[in-house]
Design a binder for this molecule. Structure first.
Ligand code: KG4
Ligand code: ZN
Length: 333
């Protein structure tokens, strides 16, 4: 059978990315331009700033992906793009670029759900084995997804308020750490202890998550200690926050693994870089006799290769869209 070679574009947040993937797993090129330096001074991603950077960078990123793969557009099978969820202005830049590319080179256009991409990142390293459970943890998402087969997604839990990475970044900010704060809390927490015993939100056995109460508990605790003139050690705040998050994420996920009787667990998204989370999942996977899959960090954070990996299966299913494709924020995966 013939090779399927897909050029994919991802601009849902603050990376402008283009990749070329062959047959769903063979990475021919992977270009990611991060805007993080531009957003740092605002303490978070500013949507308008993100859109403008995407407009400026998108063409260069596409050209570079083709050059690195030594391919011409007529050697491609299709063009794929993240249709959502994400920052709408940012998404529209990638979508418009993909439409123009599709139209001018007469290639089918494949819309891809961002979270499907995060899960399929794993396919760049090994075949997915079903049934599986996937925990997606990033600055914008916290989702627990059950998959029976390719492209068969069942969201069994999601955050009711802040995404877990967002909680890391907000707590980091209150203890004076730079953006993005997740890696700093991770590092600092290793030197402290869980002395605060912050709340763990289990939400009555639901697989949903909530992190805003934890964030408030951290802020209130810092405030109360300050009023009493007591010093708090940021290391212990970081360690206590970290323990609460890791407890909730791992306990809920392992409960789902048992209930749905899966033998494979994927963790992806930027927070999958967290050392405490990885260590606990490693240990739990061994105890439960399941296989843990965590893609390399460059495939965990936003990239276009993961969109190309997911698009391969959409291509096989003939899931294409017309040139009226729009950015969509509330779509079922
Ligand atoms: O997937 P990602 O790069 O972008 C989004 O789609 O959001 O995830 C970024 C998030 C940020 O909130 C960042 O603080 C968090 O991942 N993060 C971490 C760690 N490394 C990145 N959180 C906890 N521990 C880490 N080591
Ligand atoms: Zn993402």
């Amino acid at each position: 059978s013939e090779d399927i070679t897909i050029l994919s574009i991802e601009t849902s947040c603050d990376e402008t990315a283009c990749s070329i993937v062959r047959n769903g797993s063979e990475l021919l090129s992977n270009v990611v331009v991060s805007q993080i330096e531009s957003h740092k001074r605002f303490g978070g991603v500013v949507p308008e700033v993100a859109s403008r950077h995407h407009v400026e960078t998108i063409t260069r990123v596409i050209e570079q992906a083709l050059a690195e793969a030594s391919l011409r557009p007529d050697q491609l099978s299709a063009v794929a793009v993240t249709e959502g969820p994400g920052l709408i202005g940012a998404l529209l830049v990638g979508i418009n670029a993909a439409k123009a590319f599709s139209f001018s080179h007469d290639l089918p256009l494949i819309p891809v759900h961002h979270i499907a991409g995060h899960i399929y990142a794993n396919q760049l390293e090994e075949e997915l084995t079903f049934p599986l459970m996937a925990l997606i943890v990033s600055g914008g998402h916290t989702e627990l997804i059950y998959m029976k087969d390719h492209l068969n997604f069942e969201v069994i839990g999601e955050t009711r308020d802040d995404a877990v990475g967002e909680a890391y970044d907000k707590v980091a900010r209150v203890i004076g750490l730079p953006y993005p704060g997740g890696p700093h809390i991770d590092r600092l927490g290793k030197e402290g202890e869980d002395t605060f015993d912050f709340p763990r939100a289990y939400l009555g056995g639901s697989y949903d998550f909530s992190f805003s109460g934890l964030k408030s508990a951290v802020i209130n605790s810092l405030h109360n200690n300050k009023q009493k003139g007591l010093e708090v050690d940021p290391k212990d705040v970081a360690a206590s926050f970290q323990h609460s998050v890791v407890d909730v994420l791992t306990n809920k996920t392992m409960q789902a693994v048992e209930e749905y009787q899966v033998k494979h667990l994927i963790i992806a998204g930027g927070v999958a870089a967290n050392s405490g989370l990885r260590a606990r999942f490693d240990q739990l996977a061994r105890m439960h006799g399941i296989t843990l899959h965590i893609p390399a960090l460059k495939f965990c954070t936003d990239n276009a290769a993961m969109i190309g990996a997911a698009a391969h299966h959409l291509y096989l299913k003939g899931h294409f869209s017309g040139l009226d494709l729009n950015g969509r924020n509330f779509i079922d995966i």
